[in-house]
Design a binder for this molecule. Structure first.
Ligand SMILES: [Fe+2]
Length: 299
């Protein structure tokens, strides 16, 4: 997104050069000018479809290598307060994330989770200790503690941008996907943060935490695959080095979710996966915001 912002500025900066060059009477220069002008107009035109809101959104994808977890930082960079939020922070990388937020001059207002994680401890509790006033967010259906409980259709506003909450249960009963807002002043193409409901060419397992394969299939097909094809999908994890996909890509190439529901359920029932090594530690911690001694503290 930010790179595209740079392209737009570059194109604007070079436009006067093209106009001045057109004063040459040379046919060569004239035709070269037309070619370059067309290229720049195309470049600028394609960026126009992304709109100013693309540069309004400050976006960072952060990685925690032990659990291969992605944390996402989003902020409204045009708003005077630069309000920001974190999706799926990890306890081990809280200091890195908060340092980045400080350096970028952002004010982080929400620490959100897509679900109760079984493979790592959320950073939400630690962040609440370090950032006064920040609010933790999780779905009401998760059964976990938080300051704000979201339900399908809710909007999470940061500055003049917002995320829409979509229920995508099946990996866990309380999984949600956060989708950037739909509207002329919101980021285009849209972006969806899918947690473990949909991974790049895969999906989260469904054999723990009230998982349900049939429910996951319906969630993905009704709540994620119905988004515009160009929507960027950002998963909760990746184990192969991928960072982002699109709705169009997964509809074509996801090896599990392109199958019919019955086949999908059969695939999920025969994955023969090992018992999650962190589950007995992570889940009890994550239902209380990542800190098990929170009883005396506000959540
Ligand atoms: Fe998970």
């Amino acid at each position: 997104m930010l790179n595209l912002g740079f392209i737009r500025l570059s194109a604007c900066r070079f436009s006067p050069f093209i106009i001045n060059h057109s004063s040459s009477s040379s046919g060569f220069y004239s035709s070269q000018k037309q070619t370059i002008s067309f290229a720049l107009r195309s470049q600028m035109g394609s960026f126009t479809t992304l709109s100013q809101s693309s540069s309004r959104l400050l976006f960072r994808q952060l990685f925690e290598k032990e659990s291969s977890t992605y944390t996402y930082l989003l902020a409204d960079s045009f708003h005077p307060d630069k309000p920001a939020l974190l999706i799926d922070p990890v306890d081990k990388t809280v200091d890195r994330d908060l340092s980045l937020i400080r350096k970028l001059g952002l004010k982080v207002i929400y620490a959100m989770n897509t679900h109760v994680h079984a493979d790592h401890i959320t950073g939400t509790g630690l962040i609440k200790d370090k950032v006064p006033g920040i609010k933790s967010v999780i779905s009401k259906a998760s059964g976990a503690k938080a300051d704000v409980f979201v339900e399908p259709g809710d909007k999470i506003t940061f500055g003049d941008l917002f995320l829409e909450v979509r229920a995508t249960p099946g990996h866990t009963a309380g999984c949600v996907t956060y989708v950037t807002g739909d509207g002329p002043d919101q980021p285009q193409p849209r972006m969806a943060f899918t947690g473990d409901a949909l991974l790049i060419r895969g999906c989260g397992r469904t054999d723990f935490q009230n998982g349900n394969s049939g429910q996951l299939y319906k969630s993905v097909h009704s709540q994620i695959f119905t988004l515009p094809k160009e929507t960027f999908l950002y998963p909760g994890h990746d184990y192969k080095g991928f960072t982002v996909t699109t709705v169009g890509e997964e509809v074509l190439y996801n090896p599990r979710l392109t199958k019919d529901e019955e086949t999908f359920i059969s695939i999920m029932q025969n994955l023969s996966l090992a018992y999650p090594k962190m589950i007995d530690v992570a889940v009890p911690a994550n239902v209380v915001c990542g800190l098990q001694d929170l009883e005396s503290k506000p959540n």
